[in-house]
Ligand binder design. Structure first.
Ligand code: G3I
Length: 463
C-alpha cells in the first residue's frame, strides 16, 4: 500500500479496533480466564488450577505479553505461522516499520509489508509493538542530506504520518532507538538528527509522537543498557529529566541481545527496577541469547524471572521466532530451532512463566531432516524423530512442501493431508512408543517440479 503524506487515510481493512476486539475475544477464550483477566487490564487470578501450556498463555496469566519479532516474508510459511500463532501474543515487525521501509522517498509512504504484519496480528488478537520511528540506521540517504530546518520538518512528518496510519493499532512505539554511544562516555551517538538538531531532537520526537497517537505507549529503546553502566546511566538521566519536565515518555525498552561476550548482567533486575521506579514501564524488546542447551536455558530463565520480579516489566519480545531466520542465526539464540522444535531454553522460559506443556510429565520430541537419493525429477527425504528425556507413546510431525512440489510416496508412517495437499502430517504406523532419547524415522518422495528445496518441518508433538 503506497500513499503520499496527507494526514489520516481511509483504510481498506475492517475497522481496526473492531477487528482487534473481535479477535481478542476469540484469543482470550483460548487463553482461558487467567489470560482474559490480564490482557484486559484486570489483575490476573493467581494460582490457576491448570498451568498454561504456551509462552503467550503463561505470560498472560502473569499479566504480561510474550512477543516475537516477525518478518512479513515468512508469513506464508506454515510452521512459522503455526508457531507464531500458537506461542506468541505480541509481534514486532523486524524491519518493515523502519524509515527506509516506510518512506524511502520523501513524502511517499509504503505500508504494504508492515500492514501485512499488523493485519496478521489483529486476526490473531495479538498486540503490535511499533519499531522504530527515529533511528540512525536503516535511514534512507535523502534524510542525511537535509539542512536542520528541513530535517526537523521531515522527522516530525515521518512520525506523524506513520503513527496516524497505525493510530489505535500499536500498543507501544519505539519512538527513538539507540541514540546513545556505546562505552563510558554517556554521550549521544552521532547521527543526522543529533548532529543537526542537537540533544533536543529526542524530546521533540516524543512530543510529536504523543500528539499523533495519544493512546500509544511511547518508548525509548536501546542495547547494552541492560545492566547498570555508563550508557544505561545516561539513558536513566534522560528519562528522569523527561519525567521531571513532563516530556511524554511511557516506557523504556531493553533490547537484551546476549552472548558470551555480553552475558545477562548480574544486576539486570536491579537495572529494570531503577527505571521502573522513575515511573515508566519497562519492556524486554529484542531478547536473544546465543548458545545452546542448559547454559542458554538458564540465561533465558534468569531474564524471565527478572522481568516477573519487576511489576512494571510489562512484556518480553524475542528477536525472532526460529533460529533459522535470526539475525544471529549461527549463534542459535532463540527458543525454537531451525525445525521449529522447542529447545531447552523454551522449556526454561515456559517454566519460569509458571506454564507447563507436558501435563506434568516431560514428554517431548525433536525432528531433523536429511535428503537421501536424488534424481532428475524427485528426491527422497528422511525425517528422524527423537524422544526427549521421557518415553513417549505417540508423535506427529507436519511436513510442508514448497511451491511446485508434491509428495508422491511415503514409508514408515501414516500420513494425513491438509486441503492444499502441501502439508502432510505424519504419525506413527501402529505403535508410536519411543524410549527416552530413542529415535525412529519416516521417509517420503518429493516430486520437485523443478524446485529442489527441502520441505519445512513443523515442530514435533509428543504424547
Ligand atoms: O531485504 C533485503 C534483501 O532484499 C537483500 O537481498 C539483502 C541483501 O543484503 O538485504 C535484505 O535486507 C536486510 C534486512 O535485514 C532484511 O533481511 C538488510 O540488508 C539488513 O541490514 C537487515 O538487518 C536488520 C538489522 O536490524 C539492520 O540494522 C536485521 O534483519 C534486524 O534483525 C536488525 O534489528 C535490529 C533492531 O532493529 C535494533 N536493534 C538491533 C537489532 C539487531 O541488529
Amino acid at each position: 500500500m503506497i500513499s503520499t503524506a496527507s494526514g489520516a487515510r481511509s483504510r481498506s481493512r475492517l475497522s481496526p479496533r473492531a477487528t482487534v476486539r473481535r479477535n481478542s475475544f476469540r484469543r482470550l477464550l483460548a487463553l482461558g480466564v487467567g489470560g482474559l483477566l490480564s490482557m484486559t487490564g484486570v489483575v490476573a487470578l493467581s494460582g490457576p488450577a491448570q498451568a498454561a501450556s504456551t509462552l503467550g498463555g503463561s505470560a498472560a496469566a502473569q499479566g504480561r505479553y510474550f512477543g516475537a519479532a516477525v518478518a512479513a516474508n515468512h508469513l506464508g510459511e506454515t510452521p512459522y505461522v503455526n508457531t507464531l500463532n500458537t506461542e506468541f501474543t505480541s509481534v514486532t515487525p523486524e524491519n518493515e516499520m523502519k524509515w527506509d521501509a516506510l518512506e524511502s522517498s520523501r513524502g511517499t509512504f509504503t505500508f504494504g509489508a508492515a500492514d501485512r504484519i499488523v493485519s496478521h496480528a489483529q486476526q490473531q488478537g495479538m498486540q503490535v509493538r511499533g519499531h522504530t520511528l527515529v533511528w540512525h540506521s536503516q535511514l534512507p540517504g535523502w534524510v542525511g542530506t537535509l539542512g536542520a530546518a528541513d530535517l526537523r520538518a521531515a522527522m516530525n512528518t515521518h512520525i506523524t504520518e506513520v503513527m496516524r496510519h497505525y493510530k489505535g493499532e500499536i500498543h507501544s512505539w519505539d519512538v527513538v532507538n539507540e541514540a546513545f554511544q556505546d562505552g563510558g562516555s554517556g554521550e549521544r551517538r552521532s547521527s543526522p538528527f543529533q548532529n543537526k538538531l542537537g540533544d533536543g531532537y529526542i524530546e521533540e520526537a516524543f512530543r510529536t509522537a504523543r500528539a499523533a497517537d495519544p493512546a500509544a505507549k511511547l518508548c525509548y529503546n536501546d542495547y547494552n543498557t541492560d545492566g547498570v553502566n555508563a550508557k544505561s546511566n545516561a539513558v536513566y538521566n534522560m528519562v528522569k529529566d523527561f519525567k521531571q519536565r513532563g516530556v511524554p515518555i511511557d516506557c523504556v525498552g531493553f533490547q537484551s541481545h546476549f552472548n558470551s561476550n555480553s552475558p545477562v548482567p548480574g544486576d539486570y533486575r536491579q537495572n529494570l527496577q531503577r527505571f521502573a521506579d522513575l515511573g515508566v514501564d519497562v519492556q524486554i524488546t529484542e531478547l536473544d541469547i546465543e548458545g545452546s542447551g542448559s547454559a542458554q536455558a538458564t540465561s533465558y530463565g534468569n531474564v524471565v524471572r527478572a522481568c516477573l520480579a519487576v511489576s512494571r516489566c510489562t512484556g518480553i519480545t524475542t528477536w525472532g521466532v526460529t533460529d533459522k531466520y535470526s539475525w544471529r542465526s549461527s549463534g542459535t539464540p532463540l527458543l525454537f530451532d531451525d525445525n521449529y522444535n522447542k529447545k531447552p531454553a523454551y522449556h526454561a522460559v515456559l517454566t519460569a512463566l509458571g506454564g507447563s506443556d507436558d501435563g506434568g510429565g516431560t514428554r517431548s520430541c525433536t525432528v531433523s531432516f536429511a535428503k537421501q537419493e536424488q534424481w532428475g525429477d524427485r528426491y527422497n527425504g528422511k525425517v528422524t524423530v527423537t524422544a526427549g528425556s521421557s518415553a513417549i507413546s505417540a508423535w506427529s510431525v507436519p511436513v510442508t512442501v514448497g511451491s511446485g512440489q508434491r509428495i508422491s510416496a511415503t514409508w514408515n508412517g501414516t500420513p494425513s493431508w491438509d486441503s492444499s495437499g502441501m502439508v502432510m502430517t505424519m504419525r506413527p504406523n501402529g505403535n508410536g512408543s519411543l524410549a527416552a532419547g530413542a529415535s525412529t524415522s519416516f521417509g517420503f518422495t518429493v516430486m520437485t517440479g523443478g524446485n529442489t528445496a527441502p520441505p519445512a518441518l513443523g515442530g514435533c508433538t509428543a504424547s
